[in-house]
Design a protein around this ligand. Structure first.
Ligand code: ACM
Ligand code: ZN
Length: 502
């Protein structure tokens, strides 16, 4: 038989819906439908009948060193399933694809899979999602659930935002007050009313054993946890614990309000650098990630302008202004981390007073910072608020939505993001990847986290994994299938994109 008769190459734009048609007791998967969309799917004739609970026993694993680090080939043939990859990560992603070819309904005992070959590899090496556990705290089990969602979407970086004005969330042995004092606030502003603060003590933190548990759970799913320690702003919880690290040296409290506050760390003092180095030393022991995020966003400079020690430091270091003082801080902390074999990521503000060529920039105030950084030859992670801020409203009908920080970011807009826009081919090579950010000022429960995350994180995952050949209508169709897994896992998700289709 001619190859053309038996092989039908189907680029995933043409995949259409996966349909599990019930045929007696055997369920038939008629079409392959996967999110994020694989690079190439080739359909063949024939089917393979499997018991979903025992599908792994049918699988032959092969190694092909020529495949990319996270690439895989998944073949479903009448005789069985073969997964080929160069690394265990590639095999894991093949399994995520295979999982999506099986029904979410765990009671199904027999499935007929269509024979096919999937050749797949990610467009970007960094495919991330961030979670702010400071404004509101989420348990270890909830963080693990978050990681499960990322794994299903072939995401490989979890940006763990651990320190803030409103709470310090990681045990640091050398500074026990960070969690004795800094992990708890005495109240929280009510909704968006800056004049109304409740009197409920709120907080929590992860012990170092719990952090290790999370890091291992993530690693088992080929997700690297990138910890973020905010330097030098968003420091009130740390300053409430160790007031001597601030310019004023006293009178701080773990902040009950949302926002940006003038009280930041004092870089005029050597003990502040010792604090950062001690904290980062413990952080490096806990997190094997090559990248450590050192924050750098939203650091007001007015205290530094008035502080004699900060001004003295600026004179000694030849800083022309306070932005350059922040640059001095970033450079010094980066040198410390580099000396321990680590690299820094900072929010795009770290560009402002001059940046080292080795810092990686996380572009959040739109893409301008990222474009500027890529032009300079710095590595970039694109997470512009205009496309990637998952705390924004998903509908214009805000009265029907849970209270959110603002904005309007429906899944279709998220999906439309092109991380390369505005960059030449040469500059594009500096874009490491894409990330969705979830700030939690107005997100108190994990159910609400899921609602903000799903389905928008799937759109980010497809941008990060697939990039080329994306088509929203096709994505929306495949999401009809993926949502059955959300339902089966008990994950809460926003329904707007499905309601439109109905
Ligand atoms: C940020 O949203 N402040 C990075
Ligand atoms: Zn100072």
């Amino acid at each position: 038989m001619k190859a053309t008769n038996i092989v039908r190459t189907v680029l995933t734009a043409a995949l259409g819906a996966i349909i599990f048609a019930s045929c007696g007791k055997t369920v038939t998967c008629e079409k392959v439908e996967i999110v994020p969309k694989p690079q190439q799917v080739t359909m063949q004739e024939g089917t393979l009948k499997v018991n979903p609970a025992r599908v792994e026993e049918k699988i032959t694993y092969k190694t092909d060193a020529a495949l990319g680090e996270e690439a895989y080939v998944l073949e479903v043939a009448p005789k069985g399933i073969t997964i080929t990859s160069s690394t265990p990560a590639g095999a894991f992603y093949a399994m995520q694809s295979l999982k999506q070819m099986l029904p979410a309904d765990k009671s199904v005992k027999a499935v007929k899979l269509p024979c096919c070959t999937i050749n797949d590899a990610p467009a970007f090496a960094y495919r991330g999602a961030h979670l702010d556990v400071c404004r509101h705290f989420f348990s270890v089990d909830e963080v693990k659930e978050y990681l499960d969602i990322l794994a299903l979407n072939k995401m490989n970086r979890f940006h763990f935002h651990l320190t803030e004005d409103q709470g310090w969330r990681i045990e640091i042995k050398a500074y026990p007050k960070l969690t004795e004092i800094g992990a708890y606030r005495n109240g929280t502003m009510v909704e968006k009313n800056w004049n109304k603060v409740d009197s409920v003590r709120y907080g929590g933190f992860y012990t170092q054993d719990e952090i290790r548990d999370i890091v291992k759970y993530a690693a088992d799913r080929f997700i690297t946890v990138v910890p973020e320690i905010e330097i030098p702003g968003h420091a009130l919880a740390a300053l409430a614990s160790y007031p001597e690290l601030g310019c004023r040296g006293e009178g701080y409290e773990v902040c009950p309000y949302w926002g940006v506050f003038p009280e930041v760390f004092c870089p005029g003092k050597e003990e502040t650098f010792k604090f950062w180095e001690d904290v980062l030393t413990e952080v490096m022991e806990l997190f094997p990630s090559e990248y450590i995020h050192i924050g750098g966003d939203e650091c007001p400079k007015e205290e530094w302008e008035k502080c004699p020690l900060c001004q003295k430091r600026m004179k000694e270091e030849g800083c022309a202004n306070e932005f350059e003082l922040q640059s001095y801080v970033t450079r010094r902390v980066e040198a410390f981390l580099n000396a321990h074999g680590r690299q820094i990521i900072g929010w795009d503000e770290i560009l402002e007073g001059g940046v080292t060529p080795t810092a990686t920039i996380m572009s959040w105030r739109g893409t301008a910072g990222g474009i500027d950084a890529a032009k300079k030859g710095n590595k970039v992670i694109m997470t512009p608020n205009s496309y990637c801020y998952l705390d924004y409203y998903q509908s214009r009908d805000v009265d029907k939505e849970p209270l959110a920080i603002g904005g309007f970011l429906p899944v279709e807009k998220v999906y439309s993001f092109n991380p390369y826009e505005g960059l030449t081919k040469e500059q594009q090579q500096y874009i490491l990847g894409v990330q969705g950010n979830l700030w939690t000022e107005y997100i108190k429960t994990f159910d609400h986290v899921e609602y903000m995350l799903l389905p928008r994180i799937c759109a980010i995952a497809e941008t990060a994994w697939t990039l080329n050949g994306r088509d929203y209508a096709d994505f929306a169709q495949r999401m009809q299938h993926l949502r059955t897994y959300f339902d089966a896992n008990g994950w809460n998700y926003a329904k707007h994109m499905f309601e439109k289709a109905e």
